[in-house]
Design a protein. Structure first.
Length: 379
């Protein structure tokens, strides 16, 4: 029997393998990954410094251990070069491999902005274990870090750096932090808290040039300001990885378009995790990934199952000033803002008073469980 092949050894790929094995212990299962196949939780990368986590400590399991535990074949450092959807086969590592079902779980890739200057190529990205190891090694003897991108990941990294005594400056064109998810009052609450902890902000501007100066860097901003720093981290966002899907000829939009069974526009090819756009929703968070893995495992085991998404507020890991957000859908309504303790409670309400979204910061996050019950399901 041809195996089920999962492309990608991230949280999505290994979670699906584990969920499938709970339902089917014998069908052949294979993971193909372009990296070293270590099992780890990617969301931990932006909080690892304060927790004292080394690269080794972040590794939950080796690929061999995962292969033995789940009775799967794991092909590391292997690129899928071609997929023959009609023939149910793919070409990788110099050979054709047949599949019964193919699951694309390749995640998202960091957006790389073009920078000018002699130091442009030194801008770091932390999107996997190897990146984190390099970042941590360089950081040991450095003090000042510039983060380009004041969004969710940028703020989490700033929070992490501040807690280990580093200086953090965040740069971006945004009017306030995490502006794509938070109303202004909630964002400013977070901004002020991180500033009190030592963060510096350069908002409503962009990076004009980055030049290497001795052991550090000189950054010139579009607003004329000049910043000197020891390291530069880019955190301007992630983009669903759709390169392979494009090559196959799958339907893509923001991510790889799937229905609620996670099937793509080609039969027996599925997409899971950050690369997938499920019934119009691309949700790059852990909770929808886990729900998708459970549903897809049942489908692959022979029980056709649609994934459903309840309301899933996201906890942003800014421990110096906690934030929980459930972005509202694109429907008419307005934010109602209330100060609660040292934080903000913001509820997005429709004209009939229904709560469609929320943003909680500081002590207001204590109301998460109660308020989340008011939110409608996402799918």
């Amino acid at each position: 029997m041809a195996p089920i092949i999962i492309i990608g050894s991230g949280l999505a790929g290994y979670t699906l393998a584990r969920e499938f094995r709970q339902l089917d212990s014998t069908s052949p299962l294979c993971i193909i990954t372009a990296d070293d196949g270590r099992y780890y939780s990617k969301p931990m990368l932006s909080t690892a410094l304060a927790q004292g986590k080394t690269l080794e400590a972040l590794t939950l399991s080796s690929p061999k251990a995962m292969a033995d535990k789940l009775a799967i074949n794991v092909h590391t450092y292997t690129h899928v070069e071609e997929v023959d959807a009609k023939g149910h086969r793919l070409f990788a590592h110099g050979e054709w491999m047949e599949y019964r079902a193919l699951v694309i779980a390749v995640g998202a890739s960091p957006i790389r902005l073009p920078f000018e200057g002699s130091g442009a190529d030194d801008v770091m990205l932390v999107n996997n274990l190897t990146d984190y190891g390099q970042f941590r090694e360089l950081l040991d003897k450095k003090q000042r870090v510039v983060i380009i991108g004041p969004g969710l990941i940028g703020c989490e990294f700033a929070n992490d750096l501040l807690q280990v005594g580093k200086q953090a400056t965040l740069i971006g064109p945004d009017p306030y932090p995490i502006s794509t998810l938070l109303p202004e009052e909630a964002a400013v609450s977070l901004q002020n808290a991180l500033e009190q902890a030592g963060a510096e902000w350069q908002l409503k501007t962009t990076t004009k040039s980055i030049d290497k100066i001795g052991e550090g860097y000189r950054i010139e901003l579009a607003n004329g300001q000049v910043i000197h720093t020891d390291l530069i981290l880019s955190a301007v966002g992630l983009r669903p990885e759709i390169t392979l899907a494009d090559q196959i000829g799958l339907k893509v939009n923001r991510g790889i378009v799937t229905d609620q069974t996670l099937q793509t526009s080609q039969p027996d090819i599925y997409a899971l995790g950050d690369c997938a756009e499920v019934d119009g929703l691309n949700l790059p968070f852990v909770a929808p990934l886990m729900l998708g893995a459970k549903a897809l495992a049942r489908t692959l085991a022979g029980e056709m199952t649609q994934v459903s998404y309840p309301a899933m507020p996201v906890a942003i890991k800014t421990t110096l000033h906690p934030v929980v957000v459930a972005p509202p859908p694109q429907v008419e309504g307005e934010w109602q803002i209330e100060e609660v303790g040292n934080g903000i409670k913001a509820l997005y309400k429709s004209s009939d008073g229904s709560v469609l979204g929320l943003a909680l910061t500081g002590t207001a996050v204590n109301e998460k469980q109660t308020l989340a019950k008011l939110l409608p399901p996402l799918l």
